[in-house]
Design a binder for this molecule. Structure first.
Ligand code: HEM
Length: 874
């Protein structure tokens, strides 16, 4: 139904979604790449359904400009992943907050206290120290001929730098390691696919446990930040000098930024939120440094040019100043080219806060909007050989990443452009050049840099996971099984493996959905490939996984397994549903039912009903073949049709006591607001109606009103006939009949029901008759009734609601008149009000009470049944 709903909007083009999963099957472990491939086929503004979420993806500089510049006022809110809701973090995170007062205040604070030119100038020595420490570490390793985990070292240095800038102090080594681990794990959790993000209705269940794991990390991070806050408060209390850093400023402004709270999770929540975001920002910087070095190691020419530039500008100087950066154009070009090819945030997610039109297409309010920075930065129209690492391209162009040139937006653009851009701008160019310079001096042999050592420290987690797979899927005592050790190196346990060039692991679990990990060894070099065998064809192909991609294996698996679990649940339900309907005809055949046509599985005899003829005619034809008492199966409902006077007498006279219940198949149209009438309450209501409305005395009293209505009807028809116009008899008769019934029930004339309302009442009652008589899937398959696929109950509810509101008016007026002591009118309404509160409550479902609801139901039934049948007779 959602897909049907989408097709009615003028959405941008996109791949055809499957029911339930939408286009999820077309995404693989690197969604920005899969989306870029799809965009090449469907265009730079593309719509998809990711599970239940309508998503628009912008993949070209022009579409990004439209969204982040022209429509930025309407598309500036974040689409928040479920993991970010852990411990309410999204309510205090500048990353997630909607673009309103608090978000503006936090951004202003960050911009003024951390990233303003004055602040950055005042804190240059912190950066100098952090970089010097990193360089020392790298050169020590290099001097000893040891390999270095550059990602881990760069991340530690970035965190050190951030803590010095925010807290004017280093975190102790244990805490720094813990923060680094938390940030690593949190980034993986937040970036990994999560079923809750694609099916928000399931979010409460947190099926993959992502929110739970994130909550543990957030709580730990908040505890570390709280510790720093407490320390600072003690130092203030002890009269130590203020440091005027971000923490001091935020403590001063805490009163303005948050309400006082005694709740432990809400204390200092603004400081906790902002500091957590800023610590997380450090990861992007180390990722960039790592990628720049990885690219340089694979491009000897570029490496040589950087080294020569450094030699000529820096010479024998041991320390490099920030002012030197402007004299190093080639190094700057290397950083820009790295950010172009490897943006650390490739798909920032937004949400449309209003419906907007872009390039003639509609983006409805509430849609998720993804800016595919990865695809935009590689746009073939903007760049020559877009996938090649060519820093030289930036020596010839003024293009910059400050958010104005939309062909290069690694930091995003518009109102939500990266908050840390000024800092990142200063530290990114410095680090690679320090490292390259030192590596060169120490004659570091780049053969020693193994692929996995360039991974960030996140890969430890992956290695543990891979080992888990190995343990689970291979025999523990199998000596031939190569294992990855904790440092990510392959342990070769036998000579057989030494000679083997390819080995495959994995075993099919749950519908064959487990990943198969393939390790290839070429002499010294190890490459890791993964193949995922799944129900989804696009996941089934073999894909080479680079070191960076490797981390995604467990996450891809978890989402695929969760999806598989759901598919298994849904297919089981479908299986039960189908088998029930398939076997029902066989069960029927074993009972001594009246004769009837052969039933088909699932639909039973629905096909015998014909598409055009009304059911009574179809049943009459069946009676000609099978006799006056025919048994049929209408979907899931068994029915017996009586078609002769004898059969009717047996049903309506002899067995009337047992066969007087309402047909089961009226369930689908029964509006939720209508109380289910028990047979006793129905009997009571019909007794009341016969006595108070249809008694000869009462009918005689209303004779004049009926005659007046008939005269008006004839007058209307005659006028139309004179003018030569056709007359819709049903439309003319319905309001008259409904009007007569209204007067009989409530004794109200023009004063109670004016001509316009009478006409509307006629239309509503007429529509209710049509809706109730139309075929409805819910009547034939009661298990589907809750879903109301054809929307029949929903339509009926609207009509019933309108009529109930109308019926309430005379009831209210009469209550007031009776309270004021006005004389009784002796009509059905008076009789019903006399009985109010009375009834027969005997505990079982046969009990009933006369109350407002019973009255509404009774009056509505009389209106629909009375006017429907009378009009069709006329
Ligand atoms: C190479 C370094 C970095 C890159 C490439 C980068 C990239 C990005 C990108 C693409 C966004 C999303 C922008 C959008 O939604 O349009 C972002 C947001 C953000 N970044 Fe960075 N970033 C880097 C470094 C940093 C650093 C060092 C910090 C802080 C210490 C930081 C803090 C933030 C914050 C707080 C936001 C959220 C802004 C908001 O939603 O209002 N970033 N970054």
């Amino acid at each position: 139904l959602q897909l049907f709903h989408d097709s009615r909007h003028r959405l941008p083009p996109g791949p055809w979604p499957l029911p339930l999963i939408g286009n999820l099957h077309q995404l693989d472990h690197l969604p920005h790449r899969s989306l870029a491939r799809l965009a090449a086929r469907h265009g730079p503004l593309m719509s998809l359904r990711l599970g239940a979420i309508l998503t628009i993806v912008a993949s070209s500089p022009d579409t990004a400009r439209e969204i982040l510049q022209r429509h930025n006022a309407d598309i500036a809110a974040r689409s928040i992943g479920d993991s970010m809701r852990a411990c309410g973090h999204c309510e205090r995170s500048v990353l997630c907050l909607p673009p309103r007062r608090k978000w503006r205040a936090l951004r202003r604070l960050g911009a003024a206290e951390l990233f303003s030119p004055q602040r950055l100038a005042a804190t240059w020595f912190h950066r100098q120290e952090a970089v010097a420490g990193l360089v020392r570490r790298v050169s020590d390793h290099a001097a000893r001929g040891e390999s270095v985990d550059i990602g881990g070292a760069a991340h530690a240095a970035a965190l050190g730098l951030l803590s010095r800038t925010m807290l004017s102090a280093d975190l102790d080594s244990g805490t720094a390691r813990e923060v680094s681990d938390i940030v690593d794990e949190a980034s993986v959790l937040a970036a990994g696919p999560n079923v809750s993000d694609f099916f928000p209705a399931l979010a409460a269940a947190d099926l993959q446990g992502v929110r739970r794991r994130m909550a543990r990390l957030v709580r730990r991070m908040y505890a570390i930040i709280d510790e720093q806050i407490e320390r600072r408060k003690h130092s203030h209390a002890a009269g130590e000098a203020r440091r005027n850093d971000l923490l001091d400023v935020m403590l001063d402004k805490e009163g303005e930024l948050e309400e006082e709270s005694t709740d432990d999770m809400r204390r200092h929540h603004t400081i906790r939120g902002l500091f957590t975001d800023l610590f997380t920002g450090g990861e992007t910087t180390s990722h960039t440094i790592e990628c720049a070095l990885a690219e340089l190691l694979q491009a000897p020419n570029s490496m040589r040019k950087v080294q020569e530039e450094l030699k000529s500008v820096i010479g024998t100087k041991h320390q490099i100043e920030e002012t030197d950066i402007s004299k190093l154009p080639y190094l700057q070009a290397v950083v820009k080219e790295t950010l172009r090819l490897h943006p650390p945030v490739p798909l920032p997610p937004y949400e449309a806060e209003a419906t907007v039109e872009i390039q003639g297409y509609t983006i409805p309010k509430g849609t998720k909007v993804l800016i595919n920075i990865w695809a935009i930065n590689r746009c073939a129209d903007a760049w020559v050989e877009p996938n090649k690492f060519m820093p030289e391209r930036f020596l010839r162009t003024e293009v910059n990443f400050m958010g104005r040139d939309f062909q290069l937006i690694p930091f995003g653009a518009g109102r939500r452009i990266c908050l840390g851009l000024p800092l990142a701008y200063l530290i990114c160019p410095r680090r690679p050049h320090h490292q390259v310079y030192r590596l060169h001096q120490a004659r570091w042999n780049n053969h020693q840099v193994k692929l996995h050592q360039l991974m960030s420290s996140m890969d430890q987690l992956l290695v543990a996971e891979l080992n888990n797979y190995n343990k689970r899927f291979t025999k523990e005592d199998d000596k031939d099984t190569p294992r990855l050790n904790q440092r990510g190196e392959l342990r070769r346990t036998s000579s057989a493996w030494q000679n083997c060039h390819e080995e495959t692991y994995g075993c099919p679990v749950l519908c064959g959905l487990a990943p198969v990990v393939v390790l290839r060894s070429f002499g010294d070099r190890v490459e890791v490939f993964a193949v995922s065998v799944s129900l989804f064809p696009s996941l089934g192909r073999i894909q080479p996984w680079s070191a960076h991609d490797l981390i995604r294996i467990p996450y891809l698996t978890s989402v695929v397994q969760t999806m598989a679990f759901f598919l298994a649940c849904i297919s089981s339900l479908l299986f039960i549903f189908l088998t029930t309907y398939i076997f029902q005809p066989h069960l029927d055949a074993r009972r001594r039912l009246p004769p009837g046509p052969r039933r088909l599985p699932v639909i039973g005899n629905l096909h015998n009903m014909g598409r055009r003829n009304p059911p009574h005619r179809a049943f009459a034809r069946l009676a000609d073949c099978y006799g006056p008492l025919v048994s049929v199966r209408l979907g899931g409902v068994r029915a017996v049709v009586a078609s002769s006077s004898d059969a009717a007498r047996e049903v309506l006279q002899e067995h009337n006591a047992e066969l007087a219940g309402a047909a089961a198949w009226t369930r689908g149209t029964r509006a939720a607001t209508t109380p289910t009438p028990s047979s006793r309450s129905r009997r009571a209501a019909s007794g009341l109606a016969t006595e108070a409305m249809l008694a000869p005395r009462r009918l005689a009293e209303l004779g004049t009103a009926r005659e007046e209505q008939a005269r008006e009807l004839v007058r209307g028809v005659a006028e139309a006939a004179e003018a030569g116009e056709p007359v819709d008899v049903a439309r003319a008769v319905f309001p008259r009949v409904a009007g007569v019934l209204w007067r009989s029930m409530f004794s109200e004339g023009e004063d109670g029901l004016d001509a316009a309302t009478e006409l509307e009442l006629g239309d509503v009652v007429r529509e209710a008759v049509v809706v109730a008589a139309a075929p409805n899937l819910s009547d034939y398959f009661p298990v589907l009734a809750a879903a109301d696929q054809l929307g029949v109950r929903c339509r009926m509810e609207k009509l019933v609601g309108w009529t109930y509101a109308l019926i309430d008016r005379p009831i209210e007026r009469r209550r007031r008149a009776r309270a004021a002591g006005e004389p009784r009118k002796g009509d059905l309404l008076d009789a019903a009000l006399d009985m109010e509160g009375g009834g027969e409550v005997d505990g079982d479902d046969e009990g009933w009470v006369m109350n407002q609801d019973t009255m509404r139901g009774m009056f509505m039934d009389l209106l629909v049944a009375g006017s429907g049948s009378t009009t069709s007779t006329i």
